[in-house]
Ligand binder design. Structure first.
Ligand SMILES: [Zn+2]
Ligand SMILES: [Zn+2]
Length: 346
């Protein structure tokens, strides 16, 4: 089957010889229709993830998958042709985290699509049926590819970790794929959103999806002050994770507010420094936010289906052009998401 794989860390992806897998009991063969490209894919392809040293190559990345049910194993209730998105973090279901409903922190993963197990830059993928979320047919499969990672991550960050409430002011630092969704989820929750980015195109996109204000970092404090009667942001969602973004997040948040860390770096030399005086004396909560659980992702799908949240896809490339897409992401030229068209008929 057609695919693009990491054959050597730091080198362009290339096709390798792969057979179409078969679904076992409780499993579904998903025909991949489209797969979004995410900054995490650069870390996987570059051998920069914490697990990279033990990763077997070749490895097919891609974890933002929309597809359709192609074939089902025994005991599966989904029917062929059903459109789905793939929840990419396959928890064990029985460790203390899974039992508590924090499957995004599972201790004994069965699979991590595109990261440690095969991903969506290939035609077919076997997925346990309980990690597929049905998507209504009116949602374009190219746009649906942005739901399972970018929107799911934003939903968990804003609603669950940020606990954003109606009437609050939310600043989103870094309005890339996740950030543009964070703006929209914050507004869907009844909050006001301020988008902050260094790129004018990203700020324009944020205004188009409903941000009340959009500013470059130097102008962000006055933009936040203008919306919050000078108090500062109740919640800052940092989708970048580098030192300047972290410093800005701590400068924008009000006393007693929350900073939700979504973006992250893997190079210790570049870690931000935590200003402990600000955190302690202003009682700021700094919380991490990792991916999304399935109940949250189901609500995220509903937000797209109802039109409350709009995917932003600025470019679509064919599977064979995936390296171009990765370079666009690396160069920060993407507004929203670039999506790989895996099914040629789309
Ligand atoms: Zn992603
Ligand atoms: Zn678990």
């Amino acid at each position: 089957m057609r695919n693009m794989a990491v054959v050597e860390f730091g080198k362009p992806l290339a096709p390798v010889s792969l057979d179409r897998p078969r679904p076992g009991p409780g499993e579904v063969l998903v025909r991949v229709l489209a797969c979004g490209v995410c900054r995490s894919d650069l870390k996987v392809a570059g051998g920069l993830m914490p697990f990279s040293a033990s990763q077997q190559l070749p490895h097919v990345p891609g974890h933002e998958i929309s597809g359709e049910v192609a074939e089902v194993g025994a005991g599966v209730s989904l029917t062929p042709g059903q459109r789905v998105v793939v929840h990419n973090y396959w928890g064990c279901g029985s460790c203390p985290y899974c039992v508590e409903g924090q499957e995004n922190l599972c201790d004994a993963l069965r699979g991590w699509v595109g990261f440690t197990t095969p991903g969506g830059f290939e035609e077919y993928l076997v997925v346990p049926q309980d990690h597929l979320l049905p998507v209504p047919p009116q949602v374009d499969p190219l746009q649906a590819a942005t739901i399972s990672c970018a929107l799911g991550t934003a939903y968990h960050a804003v609603v669950s970790r940020g606990a954003v409430r109606a009437g609050e002011t939310v600043a989103v630092v870094g309005t890339g794929g996740v950030g543009l969704y964070a703006v929209q989820v914050a507004r869907a929750a009844g909050a006001r959103a301020v988008a902050v980015d260094v790129r004018e195109e990203a700020l324009q996109a944020a205004r188009r999806v409903g941000a009340e204000a959009a500013a470059i970092p130097a102008e962000a404090p006055s933009a936040v002050a203008g919306l919050s009667r000078g108090r500062g942001a109740d919640v800052v969602v940092d989708c970048v994770g580098n030192r300047p973004a972290s410093e800005l997040a701590l400068a924008l948040v009000r006393k007693g507010g929350r900073v939700v860390q979504v973006g992250y770096l893997t190079d210790p030399e570049q870690y931000p420094a935590l200003p402990t005086d600000r955190v302690v004396l202003r009682e700021v909560q700094v919380v991490g936010s990792r991916y999304v659980t399935r109940p949250e992702l189901a609500r995220a799908v509903d937000l797209v289906a109802s039109g409350a949240v709009r995917p932003v896809v600025s470019r679509v490339v064919d599977l064979g052009q995936v390296n171009e897409a990765l370079e666009e992401v690396r160069a920060d030229r993407v507004v929203g998401r670039v999506v790989v068209r895996v099914a040629p008929e789309l």
